[in-house]
Design a protein around this ligand. Sequence first.
Ligand SMILES: [Zn+2]
Length: 108
Amino acid sequence: MKSSPVFEFRQAVGQLRVLVPPVWRVKVRRCALPEGCSGDCSLVTPKKGDPYYSVRVNRSLSEDAQTLILLHEWSHALSWGSESHRIRHHGPEFGIAYARAWSALIEE
Ligand SMILES: [Zn+2]
């Protein structure tokens, strides 16, 4: 029996966009990623136009797992601000960003 997910991925993306927007726009994609890679976040700086964050989530995961990965990767974008090179990957800034993203998800 397949239980329904606690979180709906698309709705989560919408809430994060409105309640905890990072400094640059975030492009979220659910795609096929190598086994063992749940997702990632990177800052893309195109030659033309504004930089943006690219968040990728492994689409083979369950809907709830995808939302949790989204939350994690979004928190990277949120903690990096405009100085990603100075922020430790899973340091205190990340922890604070993660808490903010989590509240945005559960407090509609
Ligand atoms: Zn991480």
